[in-house]
Design a protein around this ligand. Structure first.
Ligand SMILES: Cc1ncc(COP(=O)(O)O)c(C=O)c1O
Length: 379
């Protein structure tokens, strides 16, 4: 099996599964319970928070454990906008955000009268600092821009946007770093809210974290026992938190020792794809993450190609996992100015630190043969 769908989800590391089962068995008590078993579970939770904070470059009190990227983005976007609505009701985001951001903002627009500016990316999927600054109004209270685009891999100039926004203290800056965590470092200095998700870096599904800078206010989405700095109620899972901290530490370490290999593999794939006449590469070679490569075979159907690869036990995806079942053209590619046939025939290949060179050689060989067959059929 050749698994090249690591942006949809990753295989949990064995050490992560081990940490989960150890903690879930030994520290099963409710971390809020007053007895000693509760105190022990709380200690493990605190340690996981400390480790996660240290890996992100944050303080312990700035890490809120969540159930994943979707929840983190909902909490950051809706929670911060609703907490700030007395200062203004204008939000800036881009057309290429993940649905968990776009749909949250749509809810704010449709049900709470917020006004939204959707920034158009350039042909490389990039949102420029100038575009963000031009869109700022006196009533802007939130800017939400992702770090790495999940479909094409473009890295946004988050640090520069953050520096620029630092002179607008009324505006909260949220970054969806779900695709970047453990793969592309991101200093949090000028970021107010930042979402990560455990299953994207070999942790388990059902855990994530939201970085919330000290002093930033959020209206909680889940009300109840006021766990997680009163921002996210619900009994915490020390086991999920500990296993995610482990996954983040392992991924961060593997980034250091594997980043060059991953970049080399990305360029190997890009070169291989560039040699196929009928293939159009959508990922910008320069300003993009090492693990995501997106291409199209115009005139063919992405799902047919995906199935042909699957028959050879090669697993990739069409656009992003969340929208691929809906069989729509990629809105990200359309926003980048690509044609309808490019947007409806796109395939995303996403690597992990475990991807081997021979997997990619085989992938290119099978792809070339499959594309030839498909193009012949389409004629
Ligand atoms: C950029 C981005 N944000 C958010 C999410 C949602 O994360 P989760 O699957 O943990 O809910 C994803 C998942 O694909 C993503 O790629």
């Amino acid at each position: 099996m050749i698994y090249l769908d690591n942006s949809a989800t990753t295989k949990p590391y064995d050490e992560v599964l081990h940490a989960f089962s150890q903690v879930a068995t030994r520290f099963f008590a409710n971390p809020s319970s007053l007895h000693s078993l509760g105190a022990e579970a709380e200690k493990v939770l605190t340690q996981a928070r400390r480790q996660t904070a240290a890996l992100l470059g944050a303080e312990e009190s700035e890490v809120i454990f969540t159930s994943g990227g979707t929840e983190g983005n909902n909490l950051a976007v809706k929670g911060s906008a609703l907490a700030r609505k007395h200062h203004g009701k204008h939000i800036i985001t881009s057309k290429i955000e993940h649905p968990s951001v776009l749909e949250s903002i749509k809810q704010l627009k449709e049900h709470f009268d917020f006004d939204v500016t959707y920034l158009q990316p350039d042909e490389y999927g990039m949102i420029t600092i100038e575009k963000v600054e031009e869109a700022i109004r006196p009533d802007t209270i939130l800017v939400s821009i992702m770090h790495i685009n999940n479909e094409v891999g473009t890295i946004q100039p988050i640090e520069q946007i953050g520096e620029m926004l630092a002179s607008y203290p009324k505006i909260a800056f949220h970054v969806d770093a779900v695709q970047g965590a453990g793969k592309v470092p991101l200093p949090l200095k000028h970021i107010d809210l930042c979402t990560i998700s455990g299953h994207k870096f070999h942790g388990l599904k059902g855990c994530g974290a939201l970085y919330m800078k000290k002093g930033v206010k959020l209206l909680p989405m889940l009300s109840g026992g006021e766990q997680e700095m009163q921002a996210r109620s619900g009994t915490e899972s020390a086991a999920l938190a500990a296993s995610m901290a482990k996954a983040l530490r392992m991924s961060t370490e593997r980034y250091k020792s594997n980043r060059e290999k991953m970049n080399r593999q990305k360029h190997f794939l890009l070169n291989g794809l560039a040699n196929m006449d009928t293939v159009q590469i959508n990922t910008p070679a320069g300003q993009s993450a090492g693990h995501i490569i997106n291409f199209s075979v115009p005139g063919t159907e992405a799902e047919v190609l995906l199935r042909m690869l699957e028959q050879e036990e090669i697993y990739v995806s069409t656009t992003s996992a969340c929208s691929s079942k809906r069989k729509r053209s990629s809105t990200v590619l359309l926003a980048m100015g690509k044609s309808g046939s490019v947007a409806s025939s796109s395939i995303r290949v996403s690597l992990s630190y475990d991807t081997e060179d021979k997997d990619l050689e085989r992938f290119l060989a099978v792809l070339e043969a499959s594309v030839k067959k498909l193009v012949k059929l389409a004629r």
